[in-house]
Design a protein around this ligand. Structure first.
Ligand SMILES: [Mn+2]
Length: 396
């Protein structure tokens, strides 16, 4: 991504918050075990505003200046991990002032004597539902700002609203991620009969996604038989049983941007029942995609989706009472797609040109060992939509 992209995002944010002091922290490294850290992943909003893909950095925007605060690194850390030279950070981000942690703290203290209020990315609205600890970078930043400033405000809504409308260079990344994903899925489908375990599918996807992209954007789901009814199944280690369906939900990542695709394939001969359930999902999928256009209210879309999916369940004898709907289709139909694989749609009431979202209907019948989902990535265009992953057949 070019430096003008990140500089442009900061300029836009300043335009939307012209009088604010804004401090946004990137992620820190997190311990994996003993002296090993998990692979580093940058906080999405911080990446969007800076392009800096290293742990421990902070961005400060004031009405008349901007600067980046670097992390404290020992000589040993620099030797083992490599460390970003300040000039390199400037080249990536376009932020010309890059200061040490010590100088940054002093500057923030000065700013606290002028500004009562500071804006930052506050805790994720669903943090308490996640069941895992927040990343220590933004978390420590919030605590520190709380002590320094009288008032803390959230800039998350403003930034996610910007992020919801994709710019041409972001769409280019997403298209590349989808292209690589399609290559991975196509190879899996062509070779599937020769595989004996879910692991082989994951391994092929890894191979293709590393050849053509930067690896997986998220932990892939390779779920055969009844495993497909466990929505977040990521063990991907079961033996493939002849006559079962295999649900594969995976997406490559390119330049921090994700693809998110699901296909359900038959392993060996499929039964009439499996074919009927797959066809019901496929038909619903096409009908739902056809709804998408700019200006459509998201609430209206959601109501129309409910009707289409209830019809799909009825067609395979699975809908008798209202509670059957959530029983056999227990997840959301769509989410935004971008730097985060579950990107925000920015709080817009209606679909907007430039949004990218998934469409992912499914039917899950644990008692029959059948789980089918089909997921494509859709761009809302000026007057309609484009299915960015349409080149990958939805065949069983
Ligand atoms: Mn998805």
């Amino acid at each position: 991504m070019d430096v003008t992209f990140f500089a442009g995002n900061r300029a836009k944010l300043k335009e939307l918050e012209p009088t604010a002091l804004i401090v946004v922290a990137g992620n820190d490294e997190v311990q994996r075990r003993a002296d090993a850290a998990f692979a580093f992943v940058q906080e999405a909003n911080f990446y969007y505003l800076t392009g800096v893909n290293e742990p421990g950095w902070k961005l400060v925007l004031t009405p008349d200046e901007e600067f980046l605060i670097g992390p404290e690194r020992s000589d040993a850390q620099t030797l083992f991990d490599g460390s970003l030279a300040h000039e390199e950070v400037t080249r990536t981000s376009g932020v010309t002032t890059v200061v040490s942690l010590k100088e940054g703290e002093a500057r923030l203290k000065e700013l606290a004597s002028v500004h009562k209020k500071v804006l930052t990315i506050l805790e994720h609205p669903y943090q308490s539902h996640f069941g895992f600890a927040p990343n220590p970078g933004p978390y420590a930043n919030i605590r520190k700002l709380k002590k320094m400033f009288e008032e803390l405000g959230d800039v998350r809504t403003t930034v996610t609203r910007m992020r919801a409308i994709k710019q041409p260079e972001e769409l280019a990344m997403i298209r590349r991620a989808i292209h690589a994903s399609i290559a991975g899925f196509s190879r899996v489908r062509a070779e599937l009969v020769g595989y004996d375990n879910e692991r082989k599918i994951e391994a092929t996807l890894w191979y293709e996604f590393l050849q053509m992209a930067d690896g997986h954007a998220y932990d892939p789901i390779v779920a055969s038989g009844a495993n497909a009814c466990t929505l977040h199944y990521t063990a991907n280690a079961a033996k493939l049983e002849d006559g079962s369906l295999v649900l594969i939900d995976a997406g490559a990542q390119v330049g921090e941007y994700a693809a998110d695709i699901t296909r359900t394939y038959a392993y060996g001969a499929s039964t009439d029942r499996q074919k009927a359930v797959h066809a019901a999902v496929e038909t619903a999928h096409q009908k739902i995609i056809a709804l998408l256009r700019p200006g459509l209210e998201i609430k209206t879309y959601s109501d129309q989706v409910d009707e289409i999916l209830k019809g799909a369940l009825k067609s395979v004898g699975l809908y008798e009472k209202p509670s059957d709907y959530r029983r056999y289709f227990p997840h959301a139909i769509s989410h935004g797609l971008g730097i985060d694989v579950h990107d925000s749609l920015g709080g817009f009431k209606e679909f907007q040109p430039g949004m990218v979202l998934t469409v992912e209907p499914g039917i899950y019948i644990p008692e029959e060992g059948i789980g089918v989902r089909i997921e494509d990535d859709i761009l809302i265009t000026e007057d309609s939509h484009e299915n960015l992953s349409a080149a990958l057949p939805t065949l069983l």
